[in-house]
Design a protein around this ligand. Structure first.
Ligand SMILES: [Zn+2]
Length: 220
Protein backbone atom coordinates (compact mmCIF):
# COMPACT_ATOMS: atom_id res chain seq x y z
CA UNK A 1 0.00 0.00 0.00
CA UNK A 2 1.45 3.36 -1.03
CA UNK A 3 1.68 6.32 1.29
CA UNK A 4 -1.32 8.12 -0.20
CA UNK A 5 -3.55 5.07 0.38
CA UNK A 6 -2.40 4.84 3.97
CA UNK A 7 -2.96 8.57 4.41
CA UNK A 8 -6.52 8.28 3.06
CA UNK A 9 -7.23 5.25 5.25
CA UNK A 10 -5.98 7.14 8.28
CA UNK A 11 -8.18 10.13 7.40
CA UNK A 12 -11.25 7.93 7.13
CA UNK A 13 -10.53 6.16 10.40
CA UNK A 14 -13.40 6.81 12.79
CA UNK A 15 -11.07 7.81 15.56
CA UNK A 16 -7.62 9.24 15.82
CA UNK A 17 -7.22 7.88 19.32
CA UNK A 18 -3.61 7.02 19.53
CA UNK A 19 -2.16 4.29 21.64
CA UNK A 20 1.45 3.23 21.56
CA UNK A 21 0.80 -0.15 19.96
CA UNK A 22 -1.81 0.57 17.38
CA UNK A 23 -1.51 3.94 15.77
CA UNK A 24 -3.97 4.40 12.89
CA UNK A 25 -3.02 8.02 12.74
CA UNK A 26 0.64 7.38 11.99
CA UNK A 27 0.37 8.33 8.29
CA UNK A 28 -1.04 11.73 9.32
CA UNK A 29 1.77 12.21 11.77
CA UNK A 30 4.29 11.12 9.14
CA UNK A 31 2.88 13.64 6.66
CA UNK A 32 3.20 16.45 9.20
CA UNK A 33 6.72 15.38 10.14
CA UNK A 34 7.76 15.28 6.49
CA UNK A 35 7.07 19.02 6.07
CA UNK A 36 10.26 20.84 5.20
CA UNK A 37 8.95 24.27 6.18
CA UNK A 38 5.96 25.81 7.95
CA UNK A 39 4.17 26.38 4.65
CA UNK A 40 5.36 23.19 2.96
CA UNK A 41 3.59 22.93 -0.39
CA UNK A 42 3.64 19.12 -0.55
CA UNK A 43 2.02 18.68 2.86
CA UNK A 44 -0.61 21.33 2.06
CA UNK A 45 -1.36 19.67 -1.28
CA UNK A 46 -1.97 16.32 0.40
CA UNK A 47 -4.14 17.88 3.04
CA UNK A 48 -6.23 19.83 0.53
CA UNK A 49 -6.66 16.93 -1.88
CA UNK A 50 -7.32 14.07 0.48
CA UNK A 51 -8.58 15.54 3.74
CA UNK A 52 -12.28 15.89 2.89
CA UNK A 53 -14.56 18.59 4.26
CA UNK A 54 -13.51 21.66 6.18
CA UNK A 55 -15.10 20.38 9.40
CA UNK A 56 -13.24 17.11 9.14
CA UNK A 57 -10.09 19.06 8.45
CA UNK A 58 -10.54 20.99 11.65
CA UNK A 59 -11.20 17.91 13.79
CA UNK A 60 -8.20 16.17 12.29
CA UNK A 61 -6.03 19.25 12.61
CA UNK A 62 -6.80 19.50 16.31
CA UNK A 63 -6.22 15.77 16.85
CA UNK A 64 -3.04 16.10 14.79
CA UNK A 65 -1.71 18.85 16.99
CA UNK A 66 -2.23 16.66 20.07
CA UNK A 67 -0.38 13.82 18.37
CA UNK A 68 2.57 15.98 17.42
CA UNK A 69 2.74 17.43 20.91
CA UNK A 70 2.79 13.92 22.37
CA UNK A 71 5.46 12.86 19.89
CA UNK A 72 7.49 15.92 20.88
CA UNK A 73 7.34 15.05 24.59
CA UNK A 74 8.32 11.49 23.72
CA UNK A 75 11.25 12.65 21.57
CA UNK A 76 12.53 14.96 24.31
CA UNK A 77 12.29 12.13 26.83
CA UNK A 78 14.17 9.80 24.47
CA UNK A 79 16.70 12.52 23.65
CA UNK A 80 15.94 12.02 19.94
CA UNK A 81 17.09 15.37 18.58
CA UNK A 82 16.03 14.70 14.97
CA UNK A 83 12.51 13.69 15.88
CA UNK A 84 12.30 16.64 18.27
CA UNK A 85 13.26 19.04 15.47
CA UNK A 86 10.68 17.45 13.14
CA UNK A 87 7.97 17.88 15.76
CA UNK A 88 8.86 21.49 16.41
CA UNK A 89 8.78 22.13 12.67
CA UNK A 90 5.35 20.50 12.42
CA UNK A 91 4.02 22.57 15.34
CA UNK A 92 5.35 25.74 13.77
CA UNK A 93 3.14 24.97 10.78
CA UNK A 94 0.27 24.88 13.22
CA UNK A 95 -1.06 28.31 12.33
CA UNK A 96 -1.63 26.93 8.84
CA UNK A 97 -2.76 23.50 10.00
CA UNK A 98 -5.50 24.94 12.18
CA UNK A 99 -7.04 27.06 9.50
CA UNK A 100 -10.32 25.92 7.99
CA UNK A 101 -10.43 24.15 4.64
CA UNK A 102 -11.30 27.35 2.81
CA UNK A 103 -8.41 29.25 4.31
CA UNK A 104 -6.21 26.27 3.56
CA UNK A 105 -7.10 26.50 -0.10
CA UNK A 106 -6.55 30.26 -0.15
CA UNK A 107 -3.16 29.77 1.47
CA UNK A 108 -2.32 26.96 -0.91
CA UNK A 109 -3.29 29.04 -3.93
CA UNK A 110 -1.19 31.98 -2.72
CA UNK A 111 1.85 29.74 -2.22
CA UNK A 112 1.34 28.01 -5.53
CA UNK A 113 0.86 31.29 -7.41
CA UNK A 114 4.17 32.55 -6.01
CA UNK A 115 5.78 29.28 -7.08
CA UNK A 116 4.31 29.44 -10.61
CA UNK A 117 5.53 33.04 -10.89
CA UNK A 118 9.03 31.94 -9.94
CA UNK A 119 9.02 29.10 -12.45
CA UNK A 120 7.41 31.15 -15.22
CA UNK A 121 10.00 33.91 -14.82
CA UNK A 122 12.92 31.52 -14.71
CA UNK A 123 11.67 29.94 -17.92
CA UNK A 124 10.86 33.26 -19.58
CA UNK A 125 7.28 32.45 -20.49
CA UNK A 126 6.67 36.07 -21.44
CA UNK A 127 8.69 39.29 -21.60
CA UNK A 128 8.29 41.64 -18.64
CA UNK A 129 10.13 44.66 -19.97
CA UNK A 130 7.34 47.22 -19.73
CA UNK A 131 4.69 47.88 -17.10
CA UNK A 132 2.07 46.56 -19.49
CA UNK A 133 4.09 43.38 -20.07
CA UNK A 134 4.55 42.89 -16.36
CA UNK A 135 0.84 43.24 -15.68
CA UNK A 136 -0.05 40.79 -18.45
CA UNK A 137 2.58 38.38 -17.15
CA UNK A 138 1.11 38.44 -13.63
CA UNK A 139 -2.33 37.78 -15.07
CA UNK A 140 -0.88 34.78 -16.92
CA UNK A 141 0.85 33.37 -13.81
CA UNK A 142 -2.38 33.72 -11.83
CA UNK A 143 -4.47 32.01 -14.50
CA UNK A 144 -2.00 29.16 -14.81
CA UNK A 145 -1.74 28.77 -11.02
CA UNK A 146 -5.52 28.74 -10.47
CA UNK A 147 -6.29 26.37 -13.31
CA UNK A 148 -3.49 23.93 -12.60
CA UNK A 149 -4.30 23.74 -8.89
CA UNK A 150 -8.04 23.29 -9.51
CA UNK A 151 -7.36 20.61 -12.08
CA UNK A 152 -4.83 18.81 -9.90
CA UNK A 153 -7.19 18.86 -6.92
CA UNK A 154 -10.21 17.57 -8.78
CA UNK A 155 -9.46 16.63 -12.37
CA UNK A 156 -11.55 13.48 -12.39
CA UNK A 157 -13.78 12.37 -15.24
CA UNK A 158 -17.41 13.01 -14.28
CA UNK A 159 -19.20 10.06 -15.93
CA UNK A 160 -16.90 7.39 -14.42
CA UNK A 161 -15.94 9.27 -11.25
CA UNK A 162 -12.26 8.84 -12.07
CA UNK A 163 -12.35 5.03 -12.18
CA UNK A 164 -11.89 4.91 -15.96
CA UNK A 165 -14.61 2.26 -16.08
CA UNK A 166 -18.24 2.78 -17.04
CA UNK A 167 -20.79 0.04 -17.68
CA UNK A 168 -18.11 -2.61 -17.23
CA UNK A 169 -15.90 -1.25 -19.98
CA UNK A 170 -13.41 1.56 -20.51
CA UNK A 171 -15.20 4.89 -20.03
CA UNK A 172 -15.90 6.55 -23.38
CA UNK A 173 -15.45 10.10 -22.08
CA UNK A 174 -11.90 9.68 -20.80
CA UNK A 175 -10.88 6.58 -22.79
CA UNK A 176 -10.20 4.80 -19.50
CA UNK A 177 -7.79 7.36 -18.09
CA UNK A 178 -10.20 8.55 -15.38
CA UNK A 179 -9.06 12.12 -16.00
CA UNK A 180 -11.41 14.91 -17.01
CA UNK A 181 -10.38 16.91 -20.06
CA UNK A 182 -8.79 20.21 -19.13
CA UNK A 183 -11.41 22.69 -20.28
CA UNK A 184 -9.30 25.55 -21.55
CA UNK A 185 -8.77 27.06 -24.95
CA UNK A 186 -5.79 25.47 -26.65
CA UNK A 187 -2.61 27.47 -26.77
CA UNK A 188 0.32 28.33 -24.61
CA UNK A 189 -1.71 29.09 -21.47
CA UNK A 190 -3.13 25.58 -21.60
CA UNK A 191 0.31 24.14 -22.24
CA UNK A 192 1.82 25.95 -19.22
CA UNK A 193 -1.16 24.82 -17.15
CA UNK A 194 -0.62 21.17 -18.08
CA UNK A 195 3.07 21.52 -17.26
CA UNK A 196 2.26 22.96 -13.86
CA UNK A 197 -0.24 20.15 -13.24
CA UNK A 198 2.55 17.65 -13.75
CA UNK A 199 4.83 19.67 -11.45
CA UNK A 200 2.10 19.58 -8.78
CA UNK A 201 2.10 15.80 -9.20
CA UNK A 202 5.83 15.64 -8.64
CA UNK A 203 5.72 17.97 -5.60
CA UNK A 204 2.99 15.78 -4.08
CA UNK A 205 4.88 12.61 -5.01
CA UNK A 206 8.09 13.72 -3.37
CA UNK A 207 6.12 14.66 -0.27
CA UNK A 208 4.61 11.15 -0.29
CA UNK A 209 8.10 9.66 -0.57
CA UNK A 210 9.41 11.72 2.36
CA UNK A 211 6.30 10.96 4.41
CA UNK A 212 6.59 7.25 3.57
CA UNK A 213 10.15 7.26 4.93
CA UNK A 214 8.99 9.02 8.11
CA UNK A 215 6.23 6.44 8.43
CA UNK A 216 8.71 3.57 8.24
CA UNK A 217 10.85 5.34 10.83
CA UNK A 218 7.82 5.68 13.13
CA UNK A 219 7.19 1.94 12.88
CA UNK A 220 10.66 1.20 14.23
ZN1 LIG B 1 -14.24 8.51 -17.54
Amino acid sequence: MGFVDRYITALSASSLQDDERHCQAEPLLASALASTSAGDLGALLHRAKYAGTATQNMAHAVAMRDLVEKALVHAIRKKDANREADCRQALQGDAIVLESGVLLLARLLALWTAEVMKRGRARRWVPENTAWDAEAAIKLYRTVAENSLAYWLNGLCDPCGGTGVAEARACKCCAGSGKAPLVMAAGFVREHTLNMVSELHSIADSHATRAGAKLRALAN
